[in-house]
Every structure is written in structure tokens, then in C-alpha cells.
Design a protein around this ligand. Sequence first.
Ligand SMILES: Nc1ncnc2c1ncn2[C@@H]1O[C@H](COP(=O)(O)OP(=O)(O)OP(=O)(O)O)[C@@H](O)[C@H]1O
Ligand SMILES: [Mg+2]
Length: 290
Amino acid sequence: MSASLGTVAAQSGLTQVDGEPAPGVALRAEGLVKRFGAAVALAGVSFEVAPGEVFGLAGANGAGKTTLLKVLAGLCRPDEGWAEVAGADVATEPVRVRQLVGYMPDRFGVYESMTAGEYLSFYASCYRLPRQHAERAVTDLLALMGLAAKRDEQLNALSQGMKQRLCLARALVHDPEVLLLDEPAAGLDPRARAELRELVAALGEMGKAVVISSQILAELAEVSTSIGILHEGVMVASGNAEQLLAGSEGLEELFLSLTEREDPEGPAGPTTGGLAGEGTGEDEEGAATK
Ligand SMILES: Nc1ncnc2c1ncn2[C@@H]1O[C@H](COP(=O)(O)OP(=O)(O)OP(=O)(O)O)[C@@H](O)[C@H]1O
Ligand SMILES: [Mg+2]
């Protein structure tokens, strides 16, 4: 990705929201439940993300992060509960949801014989972008991701990290209001991860709502304005990042304290806007401090 991502992003075809981020809610989930046979992947997840907010989603392997993001992207129907993304209902309007969100999956298959430019143009045409608009979006996004020189390279000639960045460009090609990024930093080198954080911050400043999952908790805390910790399908803590982390050494410490594998008291119950369990105090903003 390029060095001055904030500037490049602002000058690209991506929509800049003027002034303060629009008030309201970009994404709202209420009591989402998803089962796979006897396994409960989501056990009643509720949270909200405002325009301009970067919501960092932390959770152990199998906690339900990918399932939650798929449900919010309209790719997986919830068994119970309800979610609205950019004004569209994920269960009854999945096609509209897919038009309104940019989803970056944790795993992706790319068409190896296409070039990077063709790949993005293909997705631009899937979203029915007018041709001139599509050409500009493809050029801008390749520049934004530091892939301009790779435009005519076949995908099988790109490194894993480059494919990852191309996949992120794909999630942005239709200039969505809401971005759902499933472990976008996995496999990226340190510089590319730093640039990803800069890009995510820039997207938030543009007024886009971003949900981003990651296992690299220090870096997730750095980029997030709010945080949710998912444990065995339950959001055991969520709220403003600064307030949530005020009483702990960092997100990793908070995460480890809330997601112990063997808790004789049993797993913590769901709480929105604060930590689950006893002994936590809530302040005015609704994020708990220890
Ligand atoms: N298609 C599926 N069929 C059966 N079980 C599934 C399916 N998808 C997910 N699960 C189960 O749902 C639970 C949550 O999985 P999910 O992939 O959402 O976790 P995750 O938090 O993304 O984990 P990771 O950090 O490893 O990516 C797991 O127990 C998993 O085995
Ligand atoms: Mg996952």
C-alpha cells in the first residue's frame, strides 16, 4: 500500500462524508443466534456500530467471529434474532445487504488466470458501476493498495499478501457504507499491517462503519474506536475502546481475563456496552471500567 494512505484514500473515488460523521446507526444486531447442528456458533449477539466507528472484534478460534460477519454480510441466515446493515435487513434483504456492504472473507479463492486489473473490473461490473466510474475505481484502488505496478500481472504471480490486499480492494470497489473485514491483517507483513491500520482509520474518518476482526490484539486496539470480545458465541464485552481498556494493561489482558477456558463459574453472560459479570462499573457512555 502507498505511504500516504489517508491522502490517497481521501482523493480516491471513495465517498468522503463531509463534516462530522452522520448521526445514527450503520449496523445494528439484536439477539443473533446461529446454530450448526448441535453447535451454537452465535448465542444471542447484540451490538451497534455508528457511521465513522471502527469496531474491533476479538475472539478465540471458534468464538463465532466469521459466522457473525457472514450473517451481517447477508451470506448466512440467522436462526434467531435480527440485524440491519446500512438500513437493510440481513434476513429478508440479503441481496441489498450485499450491495451495501464491503465484505472481505477470511479465506478467498481468486481466479488465478485473471490479472489484478481484470479481477477488480470484474467485481466493479458485478456491482454495475458505470464503465468510466469503474475504471477510475480500479485505478484508484490499485494505487491505494500499492498494486498499481501489478495491474497487468496474473493473480498466480502475486504474493499471498498482495492477493490479500487485492481482496480488500475488492471489498471497497463499490464504495460501500459499511465494511466487514474478517482478519484482513492475517498474512500481511509488518509494513502492510501498519498501512492497513492507516487505511482503516481513514475509512472511519470518511464516515464509513467498519467491523474488523483480528487475532493481533494490540494492533486491533490501536485502530478500533470501539471493541467487542466474542467468547463462545457470546459478546462478553463491548463498548468504547478507551473506556473498555481503561482498567487493564491492554486488549490482550482484558481478552485473557474474559475468555478463560475453564471457568468454574461458567462462561460470562452477554452484556452490551460493558463487561459481563460482577464487579464492573458502567459510566455514562455505557462502556465499563474495571
Ligand atoms: N459451516 C459450518 N458447519 C458447522 N459448524 C460450523 C460451520 N461454520 C462454523 N461452524 C462452527 O461455528 C463455530 C464458530 O466458528 P467461526 O468460524 O465463526 O469462528 P471464528 O471466531 O471465526 O474462529 P477463527 O478465529 O478460527 O477464524 C465453531 O464451533 C465452528 O466449528
Ligand atoms: Mg474466523
